[in-house]
Design a protein around this ligand. Structure first.
Ligand SMILES: [Zn+2]
Ligand SMILES: [Zn+2]
Length: 172
C-alpha cells in the first residue's frame, strides 16, 4: 500500500522533480520538501544522481506504490539505452557529463502552461526549449542565482521570484 493518499502517474516527458511537485499538489502538501525528504533525495542531488542504478528509489516506491520501471521513466534510463553495466564507457560518460546536476534550466512558458519541468531540459547541451524555441534559463533574473532542481515551491526561486513570470529571450 502506498503511503501517500493520492498518487499521480509519471509522465514520460517530465523529470523527477516535476513529478514530485505533482504529487505534492495532488496531496495538498504545502511544500515539495516533504516528499523530497521522504524519498531521501538530498538537496545537492540532480538528475545525474537520480538514475536507477546509482540511487535507491526504495523510499519513493514505498511512498507511491509505483515500480522501479515506472519511476525509471522519469530518468534517461531507457532513452540512453543503459544496459546495467556500471562502467560501460560511453554510457558512464554520457550520464556523468551530459545530465544536469543540482541546478536546472527552465522554460518559464512551459512551467506556466504545463506546470512541469520537461525532462529534456536535464540534458546539459540542450539550450533551447523544444516547444517554444526560447533560450532556457539557468539563473534567476532577480537574485542572479542558479535555479536549483530542489525547490520548496516548484514555481518559485528561493528569493520568491515566480519562474512563470521570468522574461526570457526568444531565439529564432
Ligand atoms: Zn517551453
Ligand atoms: Zn531568485
Amino acid at each position: 500500500m502506498p503511503k501517500l493518499l493520492r498518487v499521480v502517474q509519471p509522465n514520460t516527458t517530465e523529470n523527477i522533480y516535476s513529478f514530485i511537485n505533482r504529487l505534492t499538489e495532488e496531496n495538498k502538501y504545502e511544500a515539495n520538501t516533504w516528499i523530497l525528504k521522504q524519498a531521501h533525495i538530498p538537496n545537492y542531488y540532480g538528475p545525474r544522481n537520480l538514475l536507477p542504478w546509482n540511487f535507491n528509489f526504495k523510499h519513493l516506491i514505498e511512498l507511491t506504490g509505483l515500480d522501479l520501471e515506472q519511476i525509471g521513466s522519469l530518468t534517461f534510463q531507457k532513452e540512453f539505452g543503459y544496459e546495467g553495466k556500471e562502467y560501460e564507457l560511453f554510457n558512464h560518460l554520457l550520464y556523468k557529463e551530459a545530465l544536469m546536476g543540482k541546478t536546472c534550466k527552465v522554460c518559464p512558458k512551459c512551467i506556466n502552461e504545463f506546470g512541469q519541468n520537461h525532462k529534456l531540459w536535464d540534458i546539459r547541451f540542450l539550450l533551447i526549449c523544444p516547444i517554444h524555441k526560447n533560450l532556457l534559463m539557468s539563473h534567476c533574473p532577480s537574485c542572479k542565482k542558479a535555479i536549483p532542481q530542489y525547490r520548496r515551491n516548484f514555481y518559485k526561486c528561493a528569493c520568491s521570484s515566480d519562474i512563470r513570470t521570468f522574461l526570457f529571450k526568444a531565439c529564432y
